[in-house]
Design a protein around this ligand. Structure first.
Ligand code: NAP
Ligand code: F7E
Length: 331
């Protein structure tokens, strides 16, 4: 009988954390997760959904507790998903973002070394397409790949680039098994309402049910390479099953504007002209935009056998239908 594998997930309460927990549970892993904050109600809500997860209460900013967390969980695989992940928020809170999203990763890697797990634990770092910056000069025609130069355009992107290079440095310096997934935007029913896709699908559901009249957004022209989070966590797991650590881009290979997303989401409730239902407010615009993101997932397809199952229309449909069901059951 093979021994049960142990995983430790930071950011387990986030979108990807939920999908990854489901995936690893289905594969028979013993799962430990980092829970932030002191509220019992949060712990209870999480445990209601994932009763099988062993929660460790700490914060990415608490180094000694991170060491204890690694010593307690003795993980075969660590998925470091915790971060301040909202780009707009990072402009308003740049130092905090640098500490958590950047230096927090250094703290995790040091905790693994200090706990004596550097030779055995495999480490996944959640890197991001925001490191590329969406400029034309560094993007090949087929989209950004693992060799494209970086040019981050937000405190979030800069912090993630520090984290990315730190992760690579620990691989090169100490021979640790550290793989970075450079993931393009991935969305779904677990996406936070503060991100544009879910903000739109939730508003569309509420408009459909007569609970809301319009949605207020920022810029509508930026383009993103959107995929489904359930597909992307499968890619994370595949990265840690390879003989050697490496970095991989996960992307759909297609790019669409916010306007494209609006059109698809409103079409789902039978509305062709979405303009009367959308307002714009500078509050939701950023000091500088990432104009267009397009990724080239060739390496992941060829080396990991990773092929996403949900396409753009499928993603929008899934999110709108989920939010209609959710909003119908909420008073
Ligand atoms: P998310 O939903 O925003 O989740 C972020 C997680 O980080 C939450 O569990 C949050 O905990 C936790 N966290 C924040 N600050 C923390 C701290 N100081 N200590 C411990 N935990 C902390 O993000 P996601 O969409 O699942 O993304 C997962 C990771 O992939 C993130 O690192 C993100 O930057 C990266 N990424 C995401 C995408 C995407 O399109 N989704 C693309 C590329 C990379 P609380 O619940 O307590 O706030
Ligand atoms: O914005 C525009 C906004 O916040 C997408 C994170 O997971 O993916 C995500 O970052 C676009 C931007 O995601 C609103 O200006 C317009 O052009 O949904 P978002 P993001 O910034 O692409 C990357 C890969 C990550 O790594 C991040 O962690 O939509 N936009 N109006 C708006 N955005 C928001 N949030 N809200 C609006 O009202």
């Amino acid at each position: 009988m093979t021994e049960q594998k142990r995983a430790f997930i930071t950011g387990i309460t986030g979108q990807d954390g939920g999908h990854l927990t489901e995936l690893l549970h289905g594969k028979g892993y013993e799962i430990y997760g980092l829970l932030r904050g002191q509220r019992n109600t949060r712990r209870e809500a999480f445990t209601d959904e994932f009763p099988y997860v062993k929660l460790i209460e700490t914060d990415l900013m608490d180094q000694t507790s991170l060491i204890r967390a690694i010593e307690t969980s003795r993980p075969d695989e660590i998925y470091n998903l915790a971060a301040i992940s909202h780009v707009g928020y990072s402009f308003r809170n740049p130092q905090l973002t640098t500490d958590v999203t950047g230096k927090g990763v250094l703290g995790m890697l040091e905790a693994v070394r200090i706990a004596g797990m550097a030779d055995t634990a495999r480490f996944y770092q959640a890197s991001t397409s925001e490191m590329f910056g969406g400029l034309d000069y560094n993007r090949p025609g087929d989209g950004y790949n693992e060799d494209s130069p970086f040019h981050p355009r937000s405190p979030y992107g800069v912090a993630k680039l520090f984290a990315h290079w730190t992760a690579r440095n620990y691989r090169e310096s100490y021979g640790m098994y550290v793989s970075c997934g450079i993931l393009f935007n991935h969305e779904g029913e677990r996406r936070g309402l503060e991100f544009v896709t879910r903000k739109i699908t939730n508003a569309v559901a509420r408009i459909h049910l007569g609970k809301q009249e319009y949605v207020t957004l920022g810029d509508l022209w930026p383009k993103r390479d959107w995929g489904y989070a359930g597909d992307y966590v499968r890619g994370m797991w595949l990265m840690l099953q390879q003989d050697e650590p490496d970095d991989y881009v996960l992307a759909s290979g297609q790019t669409k504007s916010i306007e494209d997303f609006l059109a698809a989401a409103f079409a789902e409730i039978g509305i062709d002209d979405w303009n009367p239902y959308v307002r714009q407010d500078p509050e939701f615009m950023r000091p500088v935009e990432v104009d267009i993101l397009l990724g080239d997932p060739t390496k992941a397809r060829e080396k990991l056998g990773w092929v996403p199952e949900v396409d753009f229309p499928g993603l929008v449909k899934l999110m709108v239908q989920h939010d209609i069901a959710l909003e119908s059951s909420n008073a």
